[in-house]
Design a protein. Structure first.
Length: 81
């Protein structure tokens, strides 16, 4: 899971975001464009454990309100909660 920390408009109607995520106590940064919401929103991320910089944002999967960045297991989830 990651957190959006910056958004900007790329082209008409396209919003880009920068996000941070953690895996095994390391912080990683990423960015993507799509239809995202606001700074501070949580997003689900799928990554490759052998190369955590290789990841995708699961854009159409909403994070339940009861989850926080601290509730993410150290090695992530095997399936989405």
């Amino acid at each position: 899971m990651g957190r959006i920390y910056e958004t900007s408009e790329y082209r008409m109607g396209t919003l880009c975001e920068k996000h941070e995520y953690f895996y095994k106590h390391h912080r990683y940064l990423g960015q993507t464009c799509g239809s995202f919401d606001h700074v501070g929103d949580l997003i689900f991320i799928k990554l490759t454990s052998s190369d955590p910089t290789n990841h995708i944002v699961l854009e159409f999967t909403h994070v339940p309100k009861n989850l926080t960045m601290k509730s993410v297991p150290e090695n992530g989830w095997q399936s989405l909660p």
